[in-house]
Design a protein around this ligand. Structure first.
Ligand SMILES: [Zn+2]
Length: 328
């Protein structure tokens, strides 16, 4: 007890790292990161799993904090806070995480979405570091597939200074998304708050506009990857069925934002859903399908590594995360 009191006092007094380490009975030279005054960064955020013969690498791009107030359009703030508390999350702000995918199919690398690049919140932009830590090289990416054109999905494709991050990649975009965002009449008619999103799409895709391949939903766009229309979040929002042998993964993109809110309450609308009722109908349909087929799913905005299965829960659903595995 006396020893505990002494160590607690030592730590609370903010003594040097060595003293703190000694008080905590750590071997000399090893002090907790916070005691060293070092920034407490995590290990690289990548996670590999298999879908048949396809190796999937989930790549974390950090997070952005967003106040809860006004985040869900059609729910009372008190109910949103309650959902956060039930998930043991802070009830003042939501940390929205970003997880893109790299699919190794044969000797080719296909990306699904690209993260924030250098255009997002200061707590985002970890993508390239994690991609390289996974042993991958942007020059070797053969295809980049986009699910939709929100900035957190496309900005990693082109740095603010104009640099193309994946110089050798074919670019595949949903035809319906392209038709909407590249339409000048739609941009001019858009509310002021949305004009920046239109400008962002042009910044990223303008230089390659002639080369992008527009894909249609319902088609296999890369071997083993079939695009499925999932409108509502944006007009051309797309999800993907990845299949190889008996392996199947449904890439749900932004069918929901954080699962603790929108998998649990599929009728809630996040401010980012451009057509709330249509997004909710799409969400229920896809989550029902995931339950019926017991298929593995992944989300762009779920806690890392952002993959698991969907179970029925009350009037909604819940995400049951996969068990982390040291071997794939
Ligand atoms: Zn998103």
């Amino acid at each position: 007890m006396a020893r505990f009191e002494a160590s607690r006092r030592t730590v609370m007094a903010g003594a040097g790292a060595l003293a703190a380490a000694a008080a905590l009975d750590l071997p000399a030279g090893i002090a907790p990161a916070h005691a060293q005054g070092a920034s407490v960064n995590q290990n690289p955020g990548f996670y590999r799993y298999k879908v048949g013969d396809i190796t999937v690498t989930a790549l974390n791009d950090g997070f952005a904090k967003r106040p809860l107030e006004g985040f869900v359009r059609n729910a009372e703030l008190a109910d949103v806070k309650k959902a956060m508390e039930q998930a043991y999350l802070p009830s003042d702000a939501l940390s929205i995480t970003f997880t893109t995918l790299a699919l190794q199919i044969g000797d080719k690398i296909t990306l699904i979405d690209t993260g924030n690049g250098d255009s997002g919140a200061p707590t985002s932009g970890a993508w390239m570091k994690n991609f390289q830590a996974a042993g991958l090289d942007p020059k070797n990416v053969s295809t980049v597939v986009f699910s939709h054109f929100h900035g957190d999905h496309i900005n990693g494709f082109r740095l603010k200074d104009g640099t193309a991050v994946f110089p050798n990649a074919e670019v595949m975009v949903p035809a319906a998304e392209w038709a909407f965002w590249m339409d000048d009449a739609k941009m001019n008619a858009a509310p002021e708050a949305m004009k920046g999103a239109f400008a962002g799409v042009r910044r990223v895709f303008g230089p390659v506009a002639k080369d992008v391949k527009q894909y249609e939903a319902g088609k296999e766009i890369v071997p083993g990857v079939t695009a499925i229309a999932a409108p509502g979040h944006t007009p051309g929002h797309t999800v993907f069925a990845v299949s190889s042998g008996s392996g199947k993964l449904m890439v749900l993109s932004d069918t929901t934002n954080h699962p603790a809110l929108f998998v649990r309450n599929p009728d809630w609308s996040a401010v980012f859903d451009m057509d709330g009722p249509q997004a909710a109908a799409t969400r229920r349909k896809l989550l029902d399908m995931a339950v019926a087929d017991k298929m593995q799913v992944c989300f762009y905005h779920a806690p890392f590594p952002a993959t698991g299965h969907i179970a029925k829960a009350g009037n909604g659903f819940e995400l049951v995360p996969v068990q982390w595995s040291s071997a794939i």
